[in-house]
Write a protein that binds this ligand. Structure first.
Ligand code: OTU
Length: 646
């Protein structure tokens, strides 16, 4: 007799597991279910124990997982086996991510398939294609307003094209990453339409309020994500004659994650995409899924339980799949998305390292590495089976997430520093090299975020405009240094489309009524294939930047110490302008990377290297003017980086 709920659920589906799967696949399914169901149940019993018959729910969900296991193709089952043998595949130092909009990169999914050689040339092993499922027409938040999770946007192709592309990527050992927008659907989604038509089952898929009483109470403690173009977090719907929870835009309706039916629907969506060959599910806006009165309604414990339960269940059918959390939240709230709770609970495999991004930009603006050293140094280590995604830019704005405590530790005011960064990168601060723009300035809270491409924020746009070769040289060095830091930190470095060619801000979004109101489009330029054609020309800006990125990523792939399972340490440098990161993996000797944010030559004592266990002759990569040894020190040129490996 099974004694636990997971065992009962498994026993209930066992006959059909045996009947529907071949014996080897059935054995594998049972073994995974035995391992994964207790994790799923631990989370589900807390989430839904009070509202539904838990054991029945678990058995029902396992039935859906079995359907997906049956539907999984032989190729993907083979991938599952490989991944079970090498579960650290996404932690390998050879991992390189590339992030692109299908239409902006290559018109459509078939076009993307034609461009894979370009990605191979860069060393890409992971391709995140920005939202590509069917979205509403007109304004759609860059595709984050999904109308159908099982159809591809007709402008980009079909679900068969997606599956075909996934296969082509897999043949090149590239993993496809796709967004699963779990916090909300589009207003036009079938569920929302049924809710508006009066179906109570679907009304309960969303958060609907008859009047402003509760919305007012919730809003009293919540922040506004888009105060500019979508103020407030609730929208009045004339059909429902009620208020609907809309954290983001009015056309994005928040799902009711307290409803187990919604959990099941999204589980099906994840399994569906996994079976089409998607290997990494980017779970959008995960902090917002669970709401609790009297809180900011972000990062609630239940938001974590949802992820734990989904992952445990998805991986019973598709263990090749990795989960990536999109949680751009303060550092202490971030690491739990990788499973670091009171004890380790498997949650997401990957998460965005927004702190590293912000701190790199902060260090460039201040020409000072102290804040980065302090804030990175106190960040909790991530569980050794997980990995960061490191990035310098993404499709969103940069939120200046510098905590008051971290700023105070180096003698600065957090408020003033955040303002300085916003001014600096918007191009307002006197002498700034950056050309960006404010995003969602909120006068009520003083919060200002920033839009702009990496190249424009690094100074390349201004230097070209003023035809200033010295400024251009420094700007290029910033862009290269930043990528060397992403690559040396550990985690999957994500290259954002066009950064490898130093593409500048694109102002054409102002001509499109569906984009005009959202200046994040300025840093989502279409791919410039003419510029790409110059990528091997060392005399061209594009050639220099592309060449450097390629070199950095190639050398990185050879460094066992850059396996993401090894912890990263901030190392002492004896110089406020120089940041050092040290890594050591059980399979390798130590690795030390130095980054100078100064615009003139700086010196660090040789003890920095000795104490880290590396020698000056163990240089594996550096900027084109190598560090020089002199008088017991190393002289680092302006904005130089240097990697040493023992
Ligand atoms: C995400 O971003 C997407 O990356 C955005 O492009 C979408 O607009 C949004 O969700 C809605 O789908 O607040 O300013 O902590 O940072 O979910 C962007 C997570 C956002 C948030 C993130 C969100």
């Amino acid at each position: 007799m099974p004694t636990s709920t997971p065992a009962t659920a498994l026993a209930a589906v066992l006959p059909s597991v045996r009947a529907r799967l071949g014996s080897a696949d059935a054995d594998a399914f049972v073994a995974r279910a035995e391992a994964g169901l207790p994790d799923a149940w631990e989370a589900l019993s807390v989430l839904f124990g009070g509202v539904t018959d838990g054991p029945q729910l678990l058995a029902e969900l396992l039935g859906r997982v079995l359907d997906a296991a049956v539907d999984r193709s032989p190729e993907l089952r083979m991938l599952d086996h490989r991944r079970e043998i090498r579960p650290d595949w996404f932690q390998d130092p050879s991992m390189v991510g590339y992030v692109a909009y299908v239409d902006r990169f290559a018109s459509d999914l078939r076009g993307v398939e034609q461009r894979l050689d370009y990605l191979s040339e860069l060393g890409v092993t992971y391709l995140h294609l920005m939202p590509l499922l069917r979205t509403r027409s007109g304004e759609n938040d860059g595709g984050y307003a999904v109308v159908d999770y099982r159809e591809v946007d007709a402008r980009l192709g079909t679900i068969d094209d997606l599956e075909h592309l996934a296969g082509a990527l897999r043949a090149r050992r590239m993993s496809l990453c796709v967004d699963v927008v779990i916090n909300h659907t589009a207003y036009e989604h079938e569920w929302a339409a049924k809710a508006r038509a009066g179906d109570p089952v679907f009304r309960d898929y969303y958060r609907v309020f008859p009047d402003r009483t509760l919305p007012d109470q919730y809003e009293a403690t919540m922040r506004e994500v888009f105060p500019d173009f979508a103020p407030g977090s609730f929208s009045f719907d004339p059909d429902l004659q009620a208020w609907v929870w809309t954290t983001f835009n009015t056309f994005q309706w928040d799902l009711n994650h307290a409803n187990p039916a919604v959990f099941g629907e999204l589980l099906d969506v994840m399994l569906f995409l996994a079976n089409r060959g998607v290997e990494v599910l980017r779970l959008d806006a995960v902090p917002f899924t669970w709401k609790r009165l009297g809180t900011d309604c972000e990062n609630q414990p239940e938001a974590h339980l949802l992820l734990q339960a989904w992952r445990a269940l998805v991986r019973i059918a598709a263990p090749a799949v990795a989960f990536k959390a999109e949680a751009i939240v303060p550092p202490d709230q971030l690491v739990p998305y990788l499973g670091a709770h009171d004890r380790f609970r498997p949650e997401c495999d990957l998460a965005y390292h927004n702190q590293l991004m912000v701190l790199l930009w902060s260090s460039f603006a201040t020409r000072d590495a102290r804040l980065a050293a302090h804030a990175l140094g106190r960040l909790r280590a991530v569980p050794p089976t997980t990995s960061w995604c490191t990035y310098l830019r993404c499709h969103d704005d940069i939120g200046w997430a510098v905590s008051d405590e971290d700023a105070a530790a180096v003698g600065w005011s957090g408020f003033a520093h955040r303002h300085f960064l916003a001014d600096f990168y918007a191009g307002r601060f006197p002498g700034t090299f950056a050309r960006g723009a404010d995003f969602q300035a909120n006068p009520a809270t003083g919060d200002v975020r920033t839009s702009g491409t990496a190249a424009s924020l690094c100074g390349i746009e201004a230097a070209l405009l003023h035809d200033d070769p010295r400024a251009l040289r420094l700007a290029e060095r910033r862009l290269v240094l930043a990528h060397a830091a992403l690559a040396a930190h550990g985690g999957v470095p994500l290259l954002y489309m066009g950064d490898e060619l130093a593409l500048r801000n694109d102002r054409s979004y102002l001509d499109d009524p569906a984009q005009r109101g959202d200046n994040r489009w300025m840093h989502r330029p279409p791919m410039d294939w003419d510029a790409a054609a110059r990528r091997t020309d060392p005399a061209a800006l594009e050639g220099r930047v592309f060449g450097w990125l390629r070199r950095i990523l190639r050398v990185r792939a050879q460094q066992p110490a850059l396996h993401a399972g090894a912890p990263v340490q901030v190392w002492w440098t004896g110089n406020d302008r120089v940041l050092a990161l040290r890594r050591q993996h059980p399979r390798s000797g130590p690795f030390l990377a130095l980054f100078s944010f100064a615009e003139q030559e700086e010196r660090v004592p040789l003890d920095v290297l000795w104490s880290a266990g590396v020698r000056p002759d163990q240089l594996v990569l550096c900027s084109d003017d190598r560090p020089v040894e002199a008088d017991g020190g190393l002289r680092l040129p302006a904005l130089a980086f240097a990697w040493y490996a023992a």
